[in-house]
Write a protein that binds this ligand. Structure first.
Ligand code: ADP
Length: 413
């Protein structure tokens, strides 16, 4: 039997999933992030601990491995792959001070023009004393892959998008040369491409086959998309977590910086989407999870609530309405809490529908099916309300674990 290993380095911990040739899960293991002195040593420890936790009989038949990291978590390494400084995490905004300089170089509204982009972080790191020792700039997934295959300077076009890599022409753009980056930018491969065999030391230590392949990885959110089961144009995944995130597979690339819309390449298709500030965090302001569950049962999902809210925690929205001054709208509030919840769920469903309409208006394929992930996915009343608004089938994701998506990537799905 051949097995495939996906490893997810997410925001709350690291996980590994082994699947068989039929994409059935054989084992899942996890490693929570603890208080640590050094990020890189904790990543390394997590990777090796996860490998060690996989039962030996599975390890002996792992054919390929793929790793996803958090998008725009980056680090500098020396010629031997040793980090020369602390990595910058996905949400680190120190790059804001170099944005003016990047605006002069990058095309208007480019995805690199954000304080947390990989390129802003790299430009910020260029001022550090440690930069003199650096030879390679890598993303978290690239470096973890290196620990397994031993090759430095390799990335994938999902991680490299926010570094400025041109995913349409499959090359770094000319404008990037104007930054005169004196170290090696990663060579960029399609996610899932075989980079090489696992290093002999790793193969011996963990009893992996010597010809076990390590593949180019991806980012956590794309791995979670892959896990959902969506694969044809018009299929989408809505994440109903603290915020509302939409992703729609399309044959056309859709970009609109005003709304924060951009597309990742997914083979011959494009994964386009946007993120709204509405979502479960607003529900949590008013209700406990138990109340959400109980009150939802009192709601008649076949009837539309007349309450027209725009549920936000604070002023400002980007997608599907671009208005930094948009105020939260949560009135009138009925005395009956189930009625109030109905209004909130209905309003978030309307915003979701409006989001998919905007993506289609900008050129994405017509929506035909929506998978759902996140805490709100387990609410059948909400699913029914959303289906009535979206007018397409709304189903649960096959799986919501990024590690499962990375395992599929390793399998070549
Ligand atoms: P994140 O990882 O973005 O913080 P999760 O995917 O864990 O979020 O989802 C948490 C959200 O799910 C919370 O904001 C909560 O309001 C929402 N949630 C939890 N249970 C329910 C429910 N039964 N119905 C609707 N929303 C729910």
């Amino acid at each position: 039997m051949d097995f495939y290993l996906g490893i997810d380095f997410g925001t709350s911990g690291a996980r590994a999933v082994v699947i068989d040739e039929s994409a059935h899960i054989q084992v899942q293991v996890r490693y929570p992030w603890l208080e640590v002195d050094s990020l890189v040593s904790s990543w390394q420890k997590a990777l090796l601990t996860l490998l060690g936790q996989i039962p030996e009989q599975l390890r002996r038949e792992i054919k390929a491995i793929a790793i996803n990291g958090t998008s725009s978590t980056v680090l500098l390494c020396d010629a031997n792959g040793n980090p020369v400084d602390t990595p910058l995490l996905y949400n680190d905004g120190r790059g804001s001070i170099v944005l003016n300089e990047l605006r002069d170089i990058a095309p208007a509204n480019h995805t690199v023009l954000s304080a947390t982009s990989s390129l802003a972080k790299l430009r910020w790191m260029m001022q550090l004393p440690s930069f003199g020792e650096a030879r390679y700039f890598l993303h978290q997934a690239d470096w973890l892959g290196f620990l397994l295959h031993g090759q430095l300077g390799i990335s994938d076009y999902h991680n490299a998008l926010k570094l400025g890599y041109d995913v349409e022409k499959l090359q770094y753009p000319e404008w990037l040369e104007n930054l005169q980056i004196p170290i090696q930018l990663p060579k960029v491969l399609p996610p899932g491409t075989v980079v090489g065999e696992v290093r002999p030391e790793i193969s011996q230590q963990f009893l992996l086959p010597p010809d076990c392949f390590v593949c180019a990885g991806t980012t956590d959110s794309i791995a979670a998309f892959l896990a959902s089961g969506a694969k044809s144009p018009g299929e989408a995944v809505t994440s109903l977590g603290s915020t509302l995130v939409l992703k729609l597979l399309s044959r056309t690339r859709v970009e609109d910086a005003r709304y924060g819309i951009y597309s990742h390449r997914l083979g011959d298709l494009w994964l386009t989407g946007g993120a709204s500030n509405t979502g479960g965090a607003v529900l949590r302001e008013f209700f406990t999870d138990a109340e959400l569950e109980n009150l939802s049962r009192e709601i008649d999902a076949t009837k539309a609530s007349e309450l027209d809210y725009y549920p936000l925690l604070k002023v400002g929205e980007r997608f599907p309405i671009n208005d930094p001054n948009l105020p939260p709208r949560l009135t009138p509030r009925p005395n009956n809490p189930a009625e109030f919840l109905h209004g909130l769920l209905e309003s978030i469903a309307r915003i979701e529908t409006q989001g998919y309409e905007l993506l289609q208006k900008l050129g994405a394929d017509s929506l035909n099916q929506v998978y759902t992930a996140g805490g709100g996915a387990k609410n059948p009343t909400w699913t029914a309300i959303r289906q009535r608004n979206l007018k397409v089938p709304v189903i649960s994701s096959l799986n919501t674990e990024a590690a499962y998506g990375s395992a599929l990537l390793a399998m070549g799905r």
